[in-house]
Design a protein around this ligand. Structure first.
Ligand code: NAD
Length: 542
């Protein structure tokens, strides 16, 4: 039992080495006697607040973010509650280290910075006995599972087993942003090999050194994983994360109607982007159905956004065809049009009946108010593109969503400079505020962390059977409603990260309400949903 809120039987060094129960120098005089800690700790009794100060001082004097990441992971492995106290109370500073952008570098260097195992690894050799090996996981009350196969980590490509940094980071955000207790979280790596030659040739690489398994063998492994965790943890939500786009779509289609699951790259991204678009409508003083939205990139992120936008547009009263006419895609081969033979199934609904066209020409003819980049390729919103958007629009809305920062389609500073300070800019990874001609412009961060923790908490609270599109639509609405007039005045399409626990709680309440309304909840409806969910949230204080 590693629920830190329950009393422990541990004493002495075993207690100090247990990350869930360890309070280190914050053990009180009375606890030092009770738990046989006398002599094992220096005399002064710290408060948690003093410990936080000490952590921050140590963190800030490190020269590189990757060193800060290593330090914070070590803290998580030593004193879990202190780690979450620091993450929650200093989320602006710490989230970019625990998650994007630094987690990208951490994944690239995973095998080189590896200190201690965390999470659960499944390989093709485990087929037929995943249930047996899952018994090795020490927790019995798992509610949240984040799983990847490492094939498309952020915009960094196939990182194989190094991708384990992503489920670990996402689950840390579940705990920090939505209060899912750490012992209820299970990070999973489906290590099916890697096609990344340089990793396979790296003597320090820790994953399977073989080409990825594909086809029926791959599906059999994922199927067994899904069935096994459902049996072992019947109330757990499975979040699919950073799978290659065709697999992401295939797996979502395979399980979404019978398993409590979602794909964050498709659905979480969609909701956070929709929230940004809804907030931009307030800023532009326009309606959603009056917007023309162009995407650069037509992969899982962009198509997921378009699918949810389509649902939101249909809710405003448009037909499906009218809704699709507001959404335009350009990918690596140009405008997505019907005559193209190379379109993936998820692109076909958005193919327009027009001749092929380049990005620039498409921009000139469609004249979008909103431009969304989700390509994984940096620098594609160059000076010509931003100037064109600024020529077409008084306030051009630019989303450069590719992660990590090094992959963003443009920087915040470029978007502001090339639009003469008029752009409304949001990105996937954080950018610092920009001083432009005496004004401070604040880029928004379209971080999925605004959405998925609340979705998960809501689903867990009502013991949902499935995750529906309406839940993501509702989550986007709640997030957009949390953007204040001051945020909009500063050019920001998202609320401050400091509000994220409150936002997650509101999303969770809305999601659970949808589940009850759609008959997707398995738990009886409580008298006061908001109070019940708030009480569920893990608090790392001691
Ligand atoms: P993907 O590989 O499925 O799709 C990439 C798309 O970009 C493809 O359609 C490809 O044709 C297009 N593309 C690539 N190079 C291009 C070029 N030079 N010109 C035009 N189009 C080009 O990837 P994905 O899953 O959609 O993710 C894309 C990016 O979005 C990643 O960097 C990821 O980190 C980011 N992302 C951000 C968020 C967020 O900010 N909230 C969420 C999810 C994904």
């Amino acid at each position: 039992m590693t629920d830190a809120t329950q009393p422990t039987q541990l004493t002495g060094l075993a207690l100090l080495k247990n990350p869930q129960h360890n309070k280190s120098t914050a053990f009180t005089e009375e606890e030092r006697d009770r738990y046989k800690l006398r002599g094992l700790l220096p005399a002064a009794v710290s408060t948690q607040a003093i410990q936080v100060e000490r952590v921050l001082a140590n963190l800030r004097r490190k020269a590189y973010d990757i060193e800060r990441y290593i330090f914070l992971m070590a803290l998580q492995g030593r004193n879990e509650r202190l780690f979450y106290r620091v993450l929650i109370d200093h989320i602006d500073e710490v989230l970019p280290i625990v998650y994007t952008p630094t987690v990208g570098q951490a994944c690239q260097e995973f095998a080189h910075i590896f200190r201690q195992p965390r999470g659960f690894y499944i390989t093709p050799g485990d087929l037929g006995r995943i249930g047996e090996i899952l018994k090795n996981w020490p927790e019995h009350d798992v509610r949240m599972i984040v799983v990847t196969d490492g094939e498309r980590i952020l915009g960094l490509g196939d990182l194989g087993a190094n991708g384990m940094g992503i489920p670990i980071g996402k689950l840390a955000l579940y705990t920090a942003c939505a209060g899912i207790a750490p012992h209820q979280c299970l990070p999973v790596m489906l290590d099916v090999g890697t096609n990344n030659e340089s990793l396979r040739n790296d003597p320090l690489y820790l994953g399977l050194k073989q080409a990825r398994i594909t086809g029926a063998a791959y599906l059999a492994l994922v199927d067994e994983f899904v069935e096994t965790v459902q049996k072992a943890y019947p109330r757990a939500l499975i979040q699919f994360e950073d799978f290659l786009t065709p697999n992401a779509y295939a797996l979502l289609k395979r399980y979404r109607d019978r398993v409590l699951c979602f794909n964050d790259d498709i659905q979480g991204t969609a909701a956070v982007a929709l929230a940004g678009v809804l907030a931009s409508c307030r800023l532009l003083d326009t309606k959603l159905d009056e917007l023309r939205i162009m995407f650069l990139g037509a992969g899982s992120a962009a198509t997921g956004i378009a699918d949810l936008l389509q649902s939101a547009l249909i809710k405003t009263g448009l037909s499906q065809q009218e809704a699709r006419h507001r959404l335009w895609f350009v990918d690596i081969a140009g405008l997505v049009v019907k005559s193209r033979q190379d379109l993936a199934p998820h692109n076909q609904p958005y193919a327009h009946d027009l001749p092929p066209s380049s990005f620039v020409d498409a921009l000139k003819s469609v004249k979008p108010q909103v431009l969304i980049g989700a390509t994984g390729a940096p620098g594609l919103f160059d000076e010509e593109i931003i100037r064109l958007m600024a020529q077409i629009n008084e306030k051009p809305v630019i989303f450069a969503l590719s992660n990590p920062t090094s992959r963003a389609e443009c920087t915040a500073e470029q978007a502001y400079r090339w639009s003469d300070g008029r752009a409304v800019f949001a990105s996937g990874s954080p950018f610092a505020p920009v001083e432009y001609q005496g004004r401070t412009l604040r880029p928004g961060q379209g971080n999925n962390a605004y959405i998925f923790p609340g979705i998960g908490l809501g689903a867990l609270a009502c013991n949902a059977r499935q995750i529906s599109d309406e839940m993501f639509l509702e989550a986007a609405r709640v997030l957009a409603d949390n953007v204040s007039a001051e945020d909009l005045t500063a050019g920001t399409l998202y609320p401050p990260l400091a509000k994220i626990r409150q936002v997650s709680l509101e999303i969770a309440v809305a999601v659970a309400a949808i589940a009850y309304g759609q008959n997707l909840a398995r738990a009886p409806r409580p008298h006061d949903l908001a109070r019940m969910i708030k009480a569920m949230m893990y608090d790392p204080g001691y």
